[in-house]
Design a protein around this ligand. Structure first.
Ligand code: ARG
Length: 458
């Protein structure tokens, strides 16, 4: 059954129908669509626009549709154009005349805007939940690894020693910002488009504030044209999803490096690795690679929708139907990436000895040797030069700064004394970094306290 046959004399071309339809993908909005319709008809009855008997019959019919879809007893048959037509036609089939009154004072334009908002709102809650689970796992790793030394890198060259807790803390910050971003998107989209009609509101005495409150919105949207033409919240969500993907991708890249033969900082659990069909020795980090790879399609969704929206005149245009597949795919992709990634990170083993040994190689303590001289009155620029010469000398001998004999130190600068060895030890290098945000244990503990509270409260 079509909702708009009246002014047509010919059947729709089948290919046109197939091209136009969205039921094959917007069927996943069935719950939001029914929830919105129940709120709408409840408001219509309160305003005396439909009778209480009709309202009861409609709510009963809609609840029946919901139950049947969830039980798998009602198929989304392809003759319908979209989820809105499907639900309404089904309702009319079930309850007859009363069902035809549901669409009073409403258009599919405000209906689809509402459905997408409700859907995005639900998914934001889900995503937040998954991010929180990942943050909890990261915090556990941090608490256990306050003194697991590892090299910190800049330009992918060993730079200064840090700890695993500190490194994980950087990702903790990123995913915490992602949660905040989602939350603020939720706040900005908290207005209800229902009752905006096709674009110009309606002449029925709707109580839009009432239906907004039934659906848990802060209030009704204030411009009916914008309400049906706005997809900013979808674009914002896709942008937040892109940033989450970027974070997951950077983290995946590090895990792939750390799991390589060259680094051996971590060992992935067998459950999250795959083998090679030809090389028996291989244990590949496919999950991390896929999480990294899937970032492309999430960015693609953002670019796709931005492009779809860029030239659209007000108000609703069918182009906007293109928001759905992109958004659904991006949400599904990020959700599964988060689940898999969290499982992978929770189950992998960190090889502390390898990390620490690596931190000792590569002169990650060179800055500390310079700081040692500075604390004894040598200007930093001179200290930098002196330590540079020491590094050269060590490179020739194939040893580290902590292994260089004191005479050699003194040959280059008489300021050096026996206590240089303590100053360049891994422990001192890390533990003395105590400014807030630095890897020293006390500083890390303070940060962890804040993180813990945040996770408990939000
Ligand atoms: N399937 C449509 C969409 O996703 C629903 C709105 C249809 N409105 C219309 N005037 N044809 O955008």
């Amino acid at each position: 059954m079509k909702l708009w046959g009246g002014r047509f004399t010919k059947e729709e071309n089948q290919l046109a129908h197939n091209f136009n339809e969205s039921l094959s993908f917007d069927q996943r909005l069935y719950r939001q669509d029914i929830e919105g319709s129940i709120a709408h008809v409840t408001m219509l009855a309160k305003q005396g626009i439909v009778t209480n008997e009709d309202q009861e019959a409609i709510v009963k019919g809609l609840s029946g549709i919901l139950a049947d879809v969830e039980a798998g007893n009602l198929e989304f048959s392809p003759e319908y154009e979209d989820i809105h037509s499907f639900v309404e036609a089904n309702l009319i089939e079930r309850i007859g005349e009363a069902g035809k009154r549901l669409h009073t004072g409403r258009s599919r334009n405000d209906q689809v805007a509402l459905d997408m908002k409700l859907y995005c709102r639900d998914e934001i809650a889900e995503l937040d939940h998954l991010l929180k689970a990942l943050l909890s796992r990261l915090l556990e790793i941090m608490e256990k690894n306050l003194d697991t030394y590892m090299p910190g890198f800049t330009h992918l060259q060993k730079a200064q020693p840090v700890t695993l807790a500190h490194h994980m803390g950087a990702y903790f910050e990123m995913f915490s910002r992602d949660r905040k971003r989602l939350k603020s998107i939720g706040e900005r989209m908290d207005t209800c488009p229902l009752g905006s009609g096709a674009l110009a509101g309606t002449t029925y005495p709707l109580d839009r504030a009432y239906s907004a409150s039934l659906l848990g919105f802060a209030g009704p949207s204030l411009n009916s044209m914008d309400s049906v033409a706005d997809r900013d919240y979808v674009i914002e969500l896709l942008s937040a999803l892109s940033i989450i993907s970027m974070h997951l991708s950077r983290f995946s890249e590090e895990i792939i490096l750390w799991n390589s033969n060259e680094y051996q900082f971590v060992e992935l659990d067998d459950g999250y690795s795959t083998g090679s069909s030809i090389m028996p020795q291989k244990k590949n980090p496919d999950i991390a690679e896929l999480v990294r790879g899937k970032t492309g399609r999430v960015y693609g969704a953002l670019m796709g929708l931005l492009t779809t929206m860029k030239g659209l005149p007000l108000a609703y245009n069918k182009d906007m139907q293109e928001d759905k597949e992109l958004t659904f795919d991006a949400i599904d992709t990020v959700k599964s990436s988060l689940v898999l990634f969290t499982g992978m990170v929770s189950s992998m083993t960190f090889r502390r000895e390898v990390m620490e040994a690596s931190a000792k190689k590569g002169f990650t303590n060179a800055t500390d040797a310079a700081d040692y001289l500075v604390s004894r009155g040598v200007p930093f620029r001179d200290a930098h030069g002196i330590v540079g010469q020491l590094v050269l000398c060590c490179l020739e001998k194939g040893i580290g700064l902590d292994e260089l004999p004191l005479e050699e130190y003194r040959r280059i600068s008489p300021v050096f004394d026996q206590d240089i060895y303590e100053a360049v030890s891994m422990k001192t290098c890390v533990e003395k970094r105590l400014t807030i945000g630095a890897p020293g244990q006390e500083a890390m503990r303070q940060a962890i306290e804040v993180y813990k509270k945040r996770l408990e409260e939000e």
